[in-house]
Design a protein around this ligand. Structure first.
Ligand code: GAR
Length: 224
């Protein structure tokens, strides 16, 4: 069902690193391609470039230090409870993981079921986890790519929203492949956010349907 909102979707981005995906979403919002407002960028790393990017665009940046929670048996959950408090304080409707290198627990997953997305640089369910561009090359795959999916408790396992395929070339290194995949990441993440903002995503079990999708599909980008 299409929804027409009177106020922009309130989004928070969790990021641990350079934040190029965050930047692609900021740019798409500023260009009027995505009807959303980033109300906070939150990091578990004090020096994350993502926080600098937020500040540059007048977006609230927050470092939530994991240190006080280390050593506890429930350190991950306790950390996520403090994140959840921040998200709720800011009335966040959609959470985006963008290079967020911390496993999220049921505390956040349940509070934001089907309202939290992640971007991952492989064609899931192939190659969840880390160093996935190298793994795809070493496996001899001819296609790699990236995936935006809803977040569930299993790492990189949630329902798939959009994927883009990227060919693996004979002389690719993990770095050259990662760079070409990143170009596609920057296209599909804003697109997924806009679909959500427009109320066009419907989750049915493992499958995500796009309401009123164009006949050629809006959930896949193929190599050209
Ligand atoms: C991106 O390639 C993203 O897909 C990946 O980390 C990079 C972050 O880049 N995420 C994961 O591997 C999560 N499993 P960015 O900080 O420039 O957006």
């Amino acid at each position: 069902m299409l929804i027409s909102r009177t106020t922009p979707l309130r989004v928070a981005v969790l990021a641990s690193g350079r934040g190029s995906n965050l930047q692609s979403i900021i740019d798409a919002i500023e260009a009027g391609q995505v009807q959303a407002k980033i109300v906070a960028v939150i990091s578990n790393k004090k020096d994350a470039v993502a926080l600098e990017r937020a500040r540059k665009h007048g977006i609230k940046d927050l470092f939530v230090d994991p240190k006080p929670f280390t050593g506890r048996t429930d350190s991950r959950e306790a950390y996520d409870r403090s994140l959840l408090e921040v998200l709720q304080q800011h009335n966040v409707e959609l959470v985006l993981l963008a290079g967020y290198m911390k496993i999220v627990t049921a505390v956040l997953v349940n509070a934001y079921a089907n309202r939290m997305m992640n971007i991952h640089p492989s064609l899931l369910p192939s190659f969840p986890g880390l160093d996935v561009q190298k793994k795809a090359i070493d496996w001899g795959c001819k296609l790699a790519g990236c995936t935006v999916h809803f977040v569930t408790e299993g790492v990189d396992e949630g329902p798939i929203i959009i994927q883009a395929a990227v060919p693996i070339l004979e002389d690719d290194t993990p770095d050259t492949l990662a760079a070409r995949i990143l170009v596609q990441e920057h296209k599909i993440y804003p697109r997924a956010v806009q679909l959500f903002a427009k109320g066009r995503l419907r989750v049915d079990g493992r499958r995500v349907f796009i309401d009123d999708a164009k006949p050629d599909g809006e959930a896949i980008i193929s190599p050209t």
